[in-house]
Design a protein around this ligand. Structure first.
Ligand code: GDP
Length: 529
């Protein structure tokens, strides 16, 4: 019992969100370096994920293989057991990327100091906000010319709608980057770019009033720093841990992941400011992570790459208690008892069979096709189900037609099964049946996956015709009469498989216009299951 508590208390489970190339991989590598999980940075993952031309399944598999192996990393640091969840970007950006955030307890947002807030960060950030999880900002690449610091903070506040509180403050950037000032300790840590791939280098610290500091950073920079600190102390939000916990205030750090500057300080502050796993909502109320009963939910399902085996891996986030290999659990939605087979976990680069795991950890288990996204597994005598995982808005739409109309049955079966796995979403015209199917995906790669899998697993050839829609909204208030809805000319009414009405738009401003024209209409970017 005491052991269980100790194990869970040292858990920290977070996701790193960023736009591709902001430095997520580099930062992760440096974290692992501090944890002693790898010896030299530069070995976390191949960049094969970044560039590709999808032509065959093998290619997709290879990429998916990479995202499986890098989807969760666990390492120990300073008495903590840390789980980092990867949120894949580029073309393999998919609904899974969003779902991963459902498994995290907090998020680290990496921003390129010369680029500011970018598209993918913005999208992932919205999910963090919906979940009210703490969000920590690391402004990276300060060794390159960065935007004005006040402007960067302003941009985060305006674009993302979260208050910021700089924990440290950069002195210059690019060639003139001299280090960071810690607002708490009132010390300056001077920058040296000799630390790169190692953790041995010593960062030098000076008290703010140490005369030697002027020698290192120069009088001009020192004067400017004093001015900025004064301005900052007067203007920025006060640090309030409660607001941080609710995801309303983001502590901001500056550094350079590549040169290994400011990374360890960031990690230490982050660990102190976050908590071990918190209770999760279920239909019987909150489930205490320290409960003796094991419980978990499925947040991601990965179809097997091997065509001969249509099995899959279900990724689960443990929410309470302890998991031991071979234990008997109840799959709530399936209504039966079972053993979780071949439980796996990632430790740095290697995949291994887990013997035990605790609340906060992620395990992947062999799935013969019984799990669905959001399912609950537990050993509790109370049969409860965790709150479902929302459906996230696809951004690309296409009309699907089967080439051979005789294969109607296989087509409907195949596309429905693939949709159940959560890789794609399918919709119908509002007034017709299954004869017209519209597919929505979060990342365009999923179109290729769909086409390939239907051909290879179901022997059905399809044609995809892209549709111009980019925005989808679920209608929150059920009493709205779709026939009477007054929309824009680019709007299309559709329904999902359960018959729920949705709206598609080409332009984002049409969403606002439609809201204006229909009093009381409530639209959402997330679909509740
Ligand atoms: P990801 O796509 O977010 O995972 O980004 P990566 O970690 O792969 O980094 C993208 C590129 O930026 C790589 O070439 C890195 O070497 C480089 N990079 C990452 N961090 C820094 C940094 O702090 N300073 C500089 N100058 N380059 C960086």
């Amino acid at each position: 019992m005491a052991d269980l508590r100790k194990e869970i208390e040292k858990r920290r489970t977070f996701a790193i969100i960023s736009h591709p190339d902001a430095g997520k991989t580099t930062l992760t590598e440096k974290f692992l370096l501090y944890g002693g999980a790898i010896n030299l940075a530069g070995s976390v993952k191949g960049k094969a994920t970044a560039r590709h031309a999808v032509s065959d399944w093998m290619e997709i598999e290879k990429q998916r293989g990479i995202s499986v192996t890098s989807s969760v990393l666990q390492f120990n640091y300073d008495g903590y057991c840390i789980n980092i969840l990867d949120t894949p970007g580029h073309q393999d950006f998919s609904e899974d990327t969003y779902r991963t955030l459902m498994a995290a307890d907090s998020a680290v947002m990496v921003i390129d100091g010369s680029k500011g807030v970018e598209a993918q960060t913005r999208k992932l950030f919205k999910v963090c906000v919906m979940r009210h999880i703490p969000i920590f900002t690391f402004i990276n690449k300060m060794d390159r010319d960065a935007n004005d610091t006040f402007d960067l903070l302003d941009e985060i506040e305006k674009e993302l709608g979260i208050a910021t509180c700089p924990v440290n403050w950069p002195i210059g950037s690019g060639k003139n980057f001299k280090g960071v000032y810690d607002r708490n300790t009132k010390k300056v840590m001077t920058f040296s770019d000799t630390l790169k791939g190692t953790k041995e280098g010593v960062e030098t610290e000076y008290e703010i009033d140490d005369p030697r500091l002027c020698e290192v950073i120069g009088d001009e920079k020192k004067d400017l720093l004093m001015e900025e600190i004064e301005l900052l102390d007067g203007a920025s939000a006060e640090f309030d841990m409660e607001l941080v916990s609710k995801g309303e205030l983001s502590p901001v750090f500056f550094g350079s992941a590549l040169t290994n500057f400011g990374v360890e300080t960031f990690l230490q502050h982050f660990l102190q400011m976050t908590t071990s796993p918190l209770p999760r909502n279920a239909d019987i109320g909150q489930i205490d992570p320290f409960s003796e009963d094991f419980s978990a939910f499925v947040f991601k399902i990965q179809a097997n790459m091997n065509k001969a085996h249509r099995d899959r891996i279900a990724f689960m986030r443990i929410c309470s208690g302890k998991f031991t290999a071979g234990m008997e659990v109840t799959h709530i939605q399936g209504g039966r008892k079972m053993k979780l087979s071949q439980p796996q976990q990632m430790m740095a680069q290697e995949r291994k069979i887990v013997e035990e795991a605790y609340a906060g950890d992620i395990i992947g288990v062999f799935d013969p096709g019984i799990f669905s996204i959001g399912d609950t597994i537990s050993t509790s005598a109370d049969k409860f189900a965790f709150e479902g995982i929302p459906t996230f808005a696809p951004e690309h739409f296409a009309r699907v037609r089967q080439v051979d109309t005789m294969k109607r049955k296989q087509f409907v079966k195949g596309i429905t099964q693939i949709a159940q796995e959560g890789a794609i979403q399918i919709f119908q015209e509002y007034n017709t049946g299954m004869e017209e199917i519209i597919v929505g995906v979060v990342g365009v790669l999923q179109f290729d996956v769909l086409k390939f899998r239907l051909e290879n697993e179901y022997n059905v050839e399809i044609r995809l015709d892209n549709l111009p829609y980019e925005h989808i909204r679920w209608i929150e208030n059920k009493e709205i009469d779709l026939d009477k809805l007054s929309g824009t000319s680019d709007m299309k009414k559709i329904k999902d498989l359960k018959g729920n009405p949705l709206l598609l738009f080409v332009n984002s401003w049409s969403v606002g216009m439609t809201l204006d024209r229909n009093e009381g209409l409530m639209l959402s970017e997330f679909g509740r299951n």
